[in-house]
Design a protein around this ligand. Structure first.
Ligand code: TPP
Length: 614
């Protein structure tokens, strides 16, 4: 039906409440009361303001609706029923069931869902990324509407999002905060103090509109204002959790609890019974994203033996790959260290400074990926760990993002352990479907940057601070999932495995061993996930299954872990010495720190001698 009056919207809101109760009671699980508080706002949005072609979720002109409070999935899925894209039967039999697309929290398994939510504090930052794409890249008038919880507002990432939304004047972004006073275990920090929320929001540069979130007239007006604002809008909707059923309304103890069947029956009666309205809301204005001319990617070329840091090669290659107009770069205020600034010099209009807001930086990449862009986000590898939950969730969002972490390991030297990434390989390898790359020289780094642009999922490159010799000629190729035998002879007695700075240490160790009459093979493991199991098994088999792995990372989950998992999968037995950073490092020169950590050339050579001489 075409909704005409506020009474019609009220009918729809009651349907959304009833359906939220019905599906969660049927599942025996879910968050009906969190859904009921926001039903009025969502009914008004769906019928009058969300410009969306439900039959064509890929239409680039569509508005975007993100449930940052993803646990209100009963409400979202009830909206899908009201839009006519899922049936009542699917909602009642599928919600939260094994194998169903109506998962406990929304994911892009559903074509109308942009990003996975459910880890609170992420949907709004993701929405900032989508809004950035709309305003600066697509140049389309679509709007991004994000439903947030009030307890969720305690997450710092929400404020990173408001801050960046205001900085980039994202007038196409509207956050709707469902201020129902209650969180999971009880009252929220600010309760119904809309003034306090409004002051904070305004201080961040956004436009606050406090309303009664159950007054359809006020809601409709606020949503209309938001669409016309010249900066991001935050609608602060004062609501009551469980609204519409007296037994639970505004009462503690009902968060995340479905109503028992007999209670659900009473609730449905109180809410006026079941309804099956299918509504038609506004459609998007026809439009296509702005296109930009595509150029030839011409990667930088490095002279063999020249000393070039892989972080510099990353930046230079990123600038080269920028010839593709879909490539976007994001920086966490360290672009001169990661060398992402090389991209900024060439393509300032596709470079977004996120300042020191790593969570927002990763979320923006996810939002850009929603619109099909190829985002690269770079900071010190150590600081990506701050955004790890965002990285984890981006895999659930099926996002395609590229991350680069510079300043890996103790090799960074004097700055000390706060700046050293010693956990990043473990963290990134553990992400679902991720790719983890760790080049040792500029040629391979540049090649792999281009590979990153082509690859889907979460793709991570670890880079090194110091400058080390270029090992490969410019036309060498480095397929993802491969490895390189850098040095070998038929007499090799041991294989030395490294990546990044430790590959250079392995080469120096091989020289030292050669002087002692021990011939060592050296393997460059530039692709840690996927890993080249065949190359590992071949090298082991050729060298008496004697291996030394050296890595500038803590021992857990790094290169050694990846190598041992590969041998275990291949059911191949080896004698392996694993050199990794085991103590807590301090400051020093790279050489001092690598020696102390036991990953220097001398320590690698000693380990190899021990293996060979048994
Ligand atoms: C990062 C994170 N921390 C904790 C939770 C567990 N959790 C789920 S819902 C919720 C309360 C949310 O309250 P609010 O944002 O006010 O939403 P409401 O359900 O009241 O509408 C909590 C703590 C979570 N999902 N994510």
């Amino acid at each position: 039906m075409t909704v005409q009056t506020l009474d019609d919207i009220h009918e729809l809101a009651q349907q959304l409440r009833v359906d939220s109760i019905r599906c969660s009671t049927a599942a025996g699980s879910g968050h009906p009361t969190s859904s009921m508080s926001a039903a009025d706002v969502m009914a008004a949005l769906l019928t009058r303001h969300l410009r969306y072609d439900w039959q064509r979720p890929d239409d680039p002109a569509n508005d975007h609706l993100i449930f940052s409070k993803g646990h209100a999935s009963p409400l979202l899925y009830s909206m899908f029923k009201a839009a006519g894209v899922i049936t009542d039967e699917e909602l009642m039999t599928g919600y939260r069931q094994f194998g169903s697309r109506l998962e406990g929290h929304p994911t892009p398994v559903l074509p109308w869902v942009d990003v996975a939510t459910g880890s609170l504090g992420q949907g709004l930052p993701d929405g900032v990324g989508v809004a950035l794409a709309g305003r600066y890249l697509d140049e389309l008038p679509y709007r991004v509407w994000v439903l947030c919880g009030d307890s969720e507002m305690a997450e710092g990432s929400m404020w990173e999002a408001f801050d960046k939304a205001a900085y980039y004047r994202l007038s196409n972004l509207t956050a709707i905060v469902d201020v129902n006073r209650l969180g999971q275990r009880g009252p929220t920090e600010l309760g119904w103090d809309l003034d306090a929320y409004a002051k904070r929001v305004e201080a961040f540069g956004c436009h606050a509109i406090p309303i009664d979130g159950h007054d359809l007239g006020e809601i409709d007006k606020a949503l209309g204002h938001a669409a016309e604002a010249d900066r991001p809008t935050v609608i602060l909707a004062r609501t009551r959790k469980g609204r519409g059923f007296d037994e639970v309304e505004d009462r503690e103890g009902w968060h995340g609890r479905p109503l028992p069947a007999e209670m659900a029956e009473r609730a449905i009666v109180e809410l006026g019974g079941e309804r099956h309205l299918i509504v038609t809301g506004p459609r998007p204005e026809a439009g296509s994203p702005r296109t930009r001319p595509s150029g030839e990617v011409s990667l930088p070329r490095y002279e063999l033996g020249a000393k070039v840091a892989t972080r510099l090669a990353f930046g230079q290659a990123l600038a080269a790959v920028g010839a593709r107009p879909d490539v976007i770069a994001l920086d966490g205020e360290v672009g001169n260290s990661t060398h992402a600034e090389e991209f900024a010099k060439k393509y300032p209009e596709r470079y977004f400074e996120m300042f020191i807001a790593e969570q927002q930086m990763v979320a923006a990449a996810v939002g850009l990926s929603v619109r099909g862009y190829v985002p690269f986000a770079a900071t010190f590898a150590a600081f990506l760990s701050r955004a790890y939950d965002f990285i984890r969730m981006s895999a659930i969002s099926q996002a395609n993002i590229r991350l680069s972490g510079s300043h890996a390991g103790v090799e960074i030297g004097a700055d000390g352990p706060s700046q050293m990434a010693l956990e990043d390989i473990a963290m990134m390898r553990a992400v679902h479907g991720s790719t983890v790359l760790y080049p040792s020289d500029a040629t391979s780094a540049a090649y792999l940057v281009q590979e990153m642009a082509e690859r889907s999922g979460i793709v991570y490159m670890r880079t090194t601070r110091g400058a080390y010799p270029v090992l490969y000629p410019p036309d060498e190729t480095f397929p993802v999932g491969g490895a390189k035998v850098v040095r070998s002879s038929p007499d090799d007695q041991v294989t030395l495995i490294g990546a990044g700075v430790t590959l250079h240490n392995c080469l120096a160790a091989a020289d030292e061993l050669g002087r002692d009459g021990i011939s060592a093979r050296v393997l460059d493991l530039y692709s840690l996930k996927p890993i080249d199991t065949d190359a590992l098994v071949a090298a082991a088999s050729a060298t008496g299954n004697r291996l030394v792995v050296a890595e500038d990372h803590y021992p857990q989950g790094g290169i050694g872990g990846a190598v041992l998992e590969a041998f275990s999968d291949a059911n191949h037995r080896v004698h392996l010495i694993h050199l990794a950073v085991r103590g807590l490092p301090g400051s020093g020169t790279p050489a001092e720190l690598m020696e102390a950590a036991g990953i220097s050339a001398a320590r690698i050579a000693q380990a190899a001698r021990d293996l060979v001489r048994g």
